[in-house]
Design a binder for this molecule. Structure first.
Ligand code: NOJ
Length: 530
C-alpha cells in the first residue's frame, strides 16, 4: 500500500508493567520488553505502543505523570528507552509512546508549586482551581473536585492525584510541544494521545444537567487548532528513513459519529481509535453496522481509524465474548465483578474468529498483549491486591480494570510463569491455572490461539489485498459476515448456529476453527483466496 505506514500497520500494545520483568521486581520494565523483541518480531507486528513509563507514583498505573521527560526508575532509564528503540528498529518494529496531556500527577512540580503559591497565583492558573466546585464527577467515581488546605478546589476528571491542566494557559501547550519533540527526537515513531477530546473545558465550567448527552469538557473547538499544530510537528520529521513520518492516534470514545467526524481531517491528527468493535454484541448485523459506520466516517476525510478488540481499560476479549451478549450493552458491573457466567471455550472460539475479522478489515489493527494467548479476564483478584483507583474511589462497587492487566505468562507451570526469572510477588497476582496459556505452551501447540495469531499476522503482511484499502460486502444470510478485498481475498464468518458453506472456487488460507466438508461451523471465521 502506498499510504503512510500507520494506515496499514499491525500494532501490538505493550503494557510495560505487565509484559516482562528483567530485574525480578514484580513489575515489568523496558529491559524486559527489549529482551522479548524477538517474540514480537515473530508475531509479525509492525509497531509496539507502550503505555506510560514516565516518572510517576503509579496511582493510575502511570497515567499520573510526574516528569514527562524521564523514565520511572521502576521501568528503567532513558538509555533503556533508547536501546529499546534501536533494537526494535533492527527488527523493523516501530515504537509508539503514550502522551498524557489532560492531566499530570499531583507530584508534578507545577502542581506542587501551585499548591504552595496559593489562590490567585499564576502557578494555579496552569490548573483548574476554583473557590467552589461544580457537579462534575470523576470517571473513576466520586466528585471531580478536591479541596486544598486553603479552601480552593481543583478539577480532576480522574483520580484526585491527577489534576487537570488548564490548556488555555500558554505554559501548557508550550510544555507539550517540548514533550513531543523530546520523544520524537529519541525515535518515537508515533504518539498515542490519552483523553484527546477533553483537554479544553467550557470556560464557564457549567454544572452538568442530568440528561446532558455530552459533558462540557468534550470536543471543545480549540482542540482542532492544537492538533493542527501537533500535526505540523509530526510532519516535520523526515520521510525516507526508518521510522519515517511520525504518526499519532487519538484516544476518543465517541458516542455518535457526529462527535468524532471533526477530528478526521487531512491536517489534524492522522488517526483516532475506533473502539466500536468492543462495544457491540457478537452479532452479524451489529458488527456490520459498526464497520459500515467506520468506512463512511473515514471516506475522503484524510483521517483513519485503527480497529481495536481490547486494551488495558476493557474486559478481556475472551471473557467479553464468552458471556450472554445482552450484557455487552451494560458491560461493567456484572461482567467486571465476575458475576456473569463466562463460557471460556465459547469466548475463545469467538475471540479466534474476531481476530481474523480484525486483521481482515481495511486499515490499522491494534492487538492488546495477552489477547494473542487467549487470556481471559482475571476475576479472582482479592480486594487487598486491587490497584485500579476505580476500586477505591467507588468503595469496591466497581472493581476496575486490573483483571485485564495481569502480568503475562511466558513459560512454566506456576506463577510467575517466566514473567520474571525467579519467584517473585507480581504487582497483580496471576491465576494459578494459566499453565496451558503460556507463550511456551502455546508455541508448541499447533492449534493454539498464539499460532492462529502468528499465521494471520504473517499472511496479512504478505497478502496484497490486506491492510489499508477497500472492502466489498457479499450477499449473505443474516448470521454471516462475508466480504471480499482485491486482489483475490475473501472473508466469511458464521455468527449463527447453523453451518454455512464456502463459495465454490475458493481456497482456504486460514480458518479460526475446524472446517469439515467446506462447512463453516458457528463462531468460526475463514480467510479465502478466490
Ligand atoms: C485513558 C487510559 O487509557 C486509562 O488507562 C487512564 O486511566 C485514563 N485515560 C486517565 O489517564
Amino acid at each position: 500500500m502506498a499510504g503512510p505506514w500507520w494506515r496499514d500497520a499491525v500494532v501490538y500494545q505493550v503494557y510495560p508493567r505487565s509484559f516482562a520483568d528483567s530485574d525480578a521486581s514484580g513489575e515489568g520494565d523496558l529491559q524486559g520488553i527489549r529482551s522479548r523483541l524477538p517474540y514480537l518480531a515473530d508475531l509479525a507486528v509492525d509497531a509496539i505502543w507502550l503505555n506510560p513509563f514516565y516518572t510517576s507514583p503509579l496511582h493510575d498505573s502511570g497515567y499520573d505523570v510526574a516528569d514527562y521527560f524521564d523514565v520511572d526508575p521502576r521501568f528503567g532509564t532513558l538509555e533503556d528507552f533508547d536501546a529499546l528503540v534501536t533494537d526494535a528498529a533492527a527488527l523493523k518494529i516501530r515504537v509508539i509512546i503514550d502522551i498524557v496531556p489532560n492531566h499530570c500527577s499531583s507530584r508534578h512540580p507545577w502542581f506542587q508549586e501551585a499548591i504552595i503559591a496559593g489562590p490567585g497565583s499564576d502557578a494555579r492558573e496552569r490548573f483548574i482551581f476554583r473557590d467552589s466546585p461544580n457537579n462534575w464527577q470523576s470517571a473513576f467515581g466520586g466528585p471531580a473536585w478536591t479541596r486544598t488546605q486553603d479552601g480552593q478546589w481543583y478539577l480532576h476528571l480522574f483520580d484526585s492525584t491527577q489534576p487537570d491542566f488548564n490548556w488555555r494557559h500558554p505554559d501548557v501547550p508550550a510544555m507539550f510541544e517540548r514533550v513531543l519533540r523530546f520523544w520524537l527526537d529519541r525515535g518515537a515513531a508515533a504518539i498515542r494521545i490519552d483523553m484527546a477530546n477533553t483537554l479544553f473545558k467550557d470556560p464557564e465550567l457549567p454544572d452538568l444537567p442530568e440528561d446532558a448527552p455530552l459533558a462540557p469538557y468534550y470536543d471543545q473547538p480549540e482542540l482542532h487548532q492544537l492538533y493542527r499544530s501537533w500535526r505540523k510537528i509530526l510532519d516535520s520529521y523526515p520521510a525516507g528513513t526508518f521510522p519515517g513520518p511520525r504518526g499519532a492516534v487519538a484516544e476518543i470514545w465517541f458516542s455518535s459519529p457526529g462527535t468524532v467526524r471533526p477530528y478526521l481531517t487531512k491536517d489534524g491528527l492522522p488517526q483516532t481509535f475506533n473502539f466500536r468493535l468492543t462495544l457491540v454484541p457478537w452479532a452479524a448485523a451489529e458488527l456490520r453496522a459498526v464497520i459500515d459506520e467506520a468506512c463512511e466516517l473515514i471516506k475522503d476525510s484524510g483521517g483513519s481509524m485503527p480497529w481495536v478488540l481490547g486494551n488495558h481499560d476493557i474486559t478481556r476479549l475472551v471473557s467479553r465474548l464468552g458471556i450472554d451478549q445482552a450484557l455487552i450493552r451494560h458491560p461493567t458491573d456484572a461482567l467486571k465483578r465476575g458475576e456473569a457466567q463466562v463460557d471460556v471455550p465459547m469466548g475463545t472460539r469467538r475471540a479466534r474468529a474476531a481476530v481474523l475479522l480484525l486483521l481482515a478489515l481495511p486499515g490499522t489493527a491494534y492487538l492488546y498483549q495477552g489477547d494473542e494467548l487467549g487470556l481471559p479476564e482475571h476475576y479472582a483478584i482479592p480486594a487487598s491486591r486491587r490497584e485500579d483507583p476505580t476500586f477505591r474511589r467507588t468503595g469496591g462497587a466497581a472493581v476496575g480494570r486490573d483483571g485485564c492487566r495481569v502480568p503475562l505468562p511466558w513459560s512454566g507451570t506456576a506463577p510467575p510463569y517466566g514473567f520474571a526469572s525467579r519467584p517473585v510477588r507480581t504487582w497483580l497476582p496471576q491465576p494459578t491455572d494459566w499453565a496451558t496459556l503460556t507463550v511456551e505452551a502455546e508455541l508448541s501447540d499447533p492449534d493454539s490461539v498464539l499460532n492462529l495469531y502468528r499465521a494471520a499476522t504473517h499472511l496479512r503482511r504478505e497478502h496484497p489485498a490486506l491492510g489499508d484499502g477497500d472492502m466489498t460486502w457479499l450477499e449473505s444470510n443474516p448470521d454471516e459476515l462475508a466480504f471480499t478485498r482485491e486482489p483475490g481475498f475473501g472473508f466469511v464468518a458464521n455468527l449463527g448456529d447453523k453451518p454455512i458453506y464456502l463459495p465454490a472456487g475458493s481456497r482456504i488460507l486460514l480458518a479460526s476453527g475446524p472446517i469439515v466438508n467446506r462447512g463453516v461451523p458457528a463462531d468460526t471465521a475463514v480467510w479465502l483466496q478466490h
